[in-house]
Design a protein around this ligand. Structure first.
Ligand code: HEC
Length: 178
C-alpha cells in the first residue's frame, strides 16, 4: 500500500503543461535529389546504365531541366527498342535481323529508312548481299524527334558515316507517304 500511495505524487511531479521538444527543429530546406543526375546517368556507358532506363522515362522527368541531347536520345531509343532485334552491336542476326552496322540498305536512302521505322518492312530485302525474309513491325509510336534522333544515331555510329535525319524530314514522310 505504501508504494501505491507514493506513486501518485511521483507522477504529479512530472512537469505538467511542458511537452518535450525536439532537440533541434527539423531541417526544412534539405536539397532534393538533383534531377540532373538522371540526365548524366542516361549518357553513361553504352550497354549498361542507358539500357536500364525505360524509353521516355528520363525524358519525362527531365524534359524541363535541360535541352535534350539528340545523340543521347537516339542512343536511348536504339538501345531501348531497335537493339532487341538488330542487337546492341547493330550487327543483326544472320537469317533473322539485318544489320544496321555498315548497312548499304540503310545508308542508301534516308527517306526510305524513315518509312521503314514508321511503317515497318516486310521482306524479302537484301542487305549487304544477304537476303532477309522477315517482318519488322511499324514503330510509329515514336515521335518525329525520336525517329530523327535514332536514325541520326545509327547513321553516324557502328561504322556508319552519314548525315543526320532531320525532324522535318520525318514529319514530311509521316504526313505524305503510305
Ligand atoms: C521486332 C524486331 C525489330 C525491331 C524492334 C526493329 N526492327 Fe528494324 N528490322 C527488323 C527486321 C526483321 C527487318 C528486315 C525485314 C525483312 O526481313 O523484310 C528490319 C529492317 C530494318 C531496316 C532496313 C534493313 C537494314 O538493315 O538496313 C532498317 C533501316 C531498320 N530495320 C531500322 C530499325 C530501327 C531504326 C529500329 C528502331 C527504331 C528498328 N529497326 C526496330 C526487325 C526489327
Amino acid at each position: 500500500m505504501a508504494w501505491a500511495c507514493q506513486a501518485a505524487p511521483l507522477l504529479d511531479a512530472a512537469p505538467s503543461g511542458e511537452r518535450p521538444r525536439p532537440a533541434a527543429p527539423p531541417a526544412v530546406n534539405e536539397p532534393a535529389v538533383d534531377p540532373t543526375e538522371m540526365v548524366h546517368n542516361a549518357g553513361g556507358p553504352l550497354f549498361a546504365k542507358a539500357w536500364t532506363a525505360p524509353v521516355g522515362a528520363a525524358g519525362q522527368t527531365t524534359a524541363a531541366a535541360e535541352p535534350v541531347d539528340p545523340s543521347a536520345a537516339g542512343k536511348k531509343v536504339f538501345l531501348g527498342l531497335c537493339a532487341s532485334c538488330h542487337q546492341p552491336t547493330a550487327k543483326g542476326i544472320p537469317g533473322a535481323f539485318p544489320p544496321l552496322a555498315g548497312s548499304d540498305f540503310l545508308m542508301a536512302d534516308k527517306r526510305r529508312s524513315i518509312g521503314i521505322v514508321l511503317h515497318g518492312l516486310m521482306g524479302p530485302v537484301v542487305v549487304n548481299g544477304a537476303t532477309f525474309a522477315n517482318v519488322m513491325p511499324p514503330q510509329a509510336q515514336l515521335t518525329d524527334d525520336q525517329i530523327s534522333a535514332v536514325l541520326s544515331f545509327v547513321r553516324s555510329n557502328f561504322g556508319n558515316t552519314g548525315e543526320p535525319v532531320t525532324v522535318q524530314e520525318v514529319a514530311e514522310v509521316r504526313a505524305g507517304h503510305p
